[in-house]
Design a binder for this molecule. Structure first.
Ligand code: PEP
Length: 242
């Protein structure tokens, strides 16, 4: 399976942030290697410009969220079709920050994943337990419920990202064994060929050992994707022939 290294810029980045993509492309000496997929999900304001300028360099551009419907009276929202029109190839759905900040249930996440598929885009569906849930020994149950509720029934490509909530932006990560156990579990509950990403404090120093775990097929990277000096070594750490 071709690894996918995806950067989630969250609510960070003005037009000037294109310099960071250009620095990344310079590090690739012109084009990203074709034995791994590289994706950047900037804020919605940057998608069209980045897609127009950088998709040729083998960096794909994605979105961080979408509305489930195609169009209509939803002030401030953006549909999957609009994101496809802007040049996005993927949409992150169900990130824990959206589940927490916007009250997104698994039903809503599934509707958003279906919307991405309807628009011809690949959803990256996020799941993950809180610290309390892990300490209570409930991590597998919680993630299992989220998968049951959030995954659309489809034969089309989907990506699942396991992101323990307590590991996001904290510098903490589960043990390699815990990541492996969770990914084996997610593998057993997802369609064959689904790429499974790990996300939560992936950095240049731990990317190699995390990306070498069985059933880890890439990473979803927050903070470290904002800077080409950090993101490049993470991309390079994915198994492949770079
Ligand atoms: C994320 O928000 O998807 C994420 C994994 O963030 P970080 O890498 O900063 O922990």
């Amino acid at each position: 399976m071709k690894p996918l290294i995806a950067g989630n810029w969250k609510m960070n980045g003005l037009q000037s942030a294109k310099q960071e993509i250009e620095r990344l492309i310079e590090k690739f000496s012109g084009a990203a290697p074709d034995d791994r997929d590289v994706l950047i999900c900037p804020p919605a304001t940057l998608i069209a410009g980045f897609a127009a300028n950088y998709s040729d360099e083998a960096i794909q551009i994605g979105a961080q969220d979408c509305h489930p419907e195609t169009s209509g009276a939803h002030t401030g929202d953006v549909s999957a079709e609009m994101l496809a029109d802007a040049g996005a190839a993927f949409i992150i759905v169900g990130h824990s920050e959206r589940r927490a900040d916007h009250g997104e249930t698994s039903d809503i996440v599934r509707a958003k994943a279906q919307a991405a598929l309807r628009a011809g885009l690949t959803p990256i569906i996020c799941v993950g337990e809180t610290r309390e849930e892990r300490e209570a020994g409930e991590a597998l149950n919680i993630v299992g419920d989220q998968l049951d509720g959030s995954l659309p029934e489809t034969g089309a490509e989907i990506v699942v990202a396991y992101e323990p909530v307590w590991a996001i932006g904290t510098g903490l990560t589960p043990t390699l064994e815990d990541i492996g156990d969770m990914h084996d579990f997610i593998r057993s509950k997802t369609p064959e060929g689904t790429r499974l990403l790990y996300g939560g404090s992936v950095k240049p120093g731990n990317a190699g050992e995390i990306l070498a775990i069985t059933n880890v097929n890439g990473a979803l990277v927050g903070g470290a994707s904002l800077n080409a000096d950090d993101f490049y070594p993470i991309i390079k750490a994915a198994p492949g022939a770079m």
